[in-house]
Design a protein around this ligand. Structure first.
Ligand code: ZN
Length: 313
């Protein structure tokens, strides 16, 4: 029997324009050069729902990445176009001063969107550079208990923090208590602190053994170090978004390497994600079906059966 197709990693933007801008500004350098096919969408909710349907997917997890730069961009796009330089400067300062309420409003928006579209499953974003530890914890609890949030999204590189940062402890405690899983960006940083290599997750895994963490991109540009991490942390889960579109690039795995990596960490721990609107959901599904070495049953697990378990559907 075919299991449903579930995408556990998509992004949605308020407008298609904002999504296109986000795609242009987010540099993916870690695999080296490759002519990768991006989705044609900007990632508005309408486009996301169309892409989900095109892929024959039943559900998609919307990870709401709330970083300083994404919230600033969102605010700037809302400004009237006819402001004088002086007015614009003042308005931009105001946006910067209100990132905390913008972050909360963004999570509320995603949760409300998911209420009217049951195919969407909301994961809310937190950032210790924007909210205080107490505010973050209270916000996550409120989103989960009153607004239907099903998990938390973090991007330690874009947001500049380590998972074991003491400012995050309250959020992680709330996640364990409310059984909210986390989807975290994983991969090397271009320079400076290596916030999100697989090893950077070891302290938090040790401190919060009940925390369910999905390591995005199978480690991204740090994929070679994933087997060692997976062996030490049998409870960790993985998604294959991005890396599956970059196979064959100079620092990326080949299709065969990726299939071996999946078998090594365990196909029952790997889930399909597309990172829409960067990549096409349909194309990602096709890429999973094309992978060598894996059996049809293992591909079914990756395409949806594992996510059914993970999300408690
Ligand atoms: Zn993503």
């Amino acid at each position: 029997m075919d299991s449903p197709v579930i995408d556990i990693h998509i992004h949605i933007y308020r407008t298609s324009e904002q999504g296109h801008l986000g795609k242009e500004e987010y540099e993916i350098w870690e695999y080296g050069e490759k002519d990768v096919t991006l989705s044609r969408y900007g990632g508005s909710s309408e486009e996301a729902l169309t892409a989900i349907e095109e892929a024959g997917a039943e559900k998609a997890v919307v990870v709401n990445l709330c970083s300083r730069s994404s919230l600033m961009e969102e605010g700037k796009l809302e400004l009237p176009r006819d402001l004088t330089d002086e007015q614009r400067e003042k308005a931009v300062k105001e946006i910067a001063a209100n990132l905390d309420s913008r972050l909360k409003a963004s999570n509320e928006w995603v949760c409300d969107l998911a209420r009217s579209h049951p195919e969407l499953i909301p994961f809310v974003g937190v950032d210790p550079g924007i909210l205080s530890p107490e505010e973050m914890e209270a916000h996550v609890r409120e989103m989960a208990q009153d607004r239907g949030a099903k998990g938390v999204k973090v991007h330690p590189v874009s947001q500049g923090f380590y998972m074991h940062d003491p400012r995050m402890s309250g959020v992680w405690r709330a996640c364990v208590e409310l059984d909210l899983p986390i989807i975290a960006h994983v991969g090397p940083a271009k320079s400076g602190d290596q916030y999100a290599t697989p090893e950077a997750f070891t302290p938090v895994m040790k401190a919060f053994p009940g925390l369910r963490i999905v390591m995005a991109h199978m480690g991204g540009g740090s994929w070679r170090r994933l087997p060692e991490f997976a062996e030490a942390h049998p409870g960790a889960l993985y998604d294959i978004c991005e890396i599956i579109e970059w196979t064959g690039a100079p620092r990326a795995p080949t299709d065969l390497d990726l299939a071996k990596l999946i078998l090594r960490v365990g196909p029952e721990k790997v889930m399909m994600g597309s990172d829409f609107p960067w990549y096409s959901i349909l194309h990602t599904v096709e890429r999973v079906r094309e992978l060598p070495l894996l059996t049809d049953e293992q591909k079914e697990l990756i395409l949806g059966a594992n996510a059914v378990e993970f999300l408690g559907l």
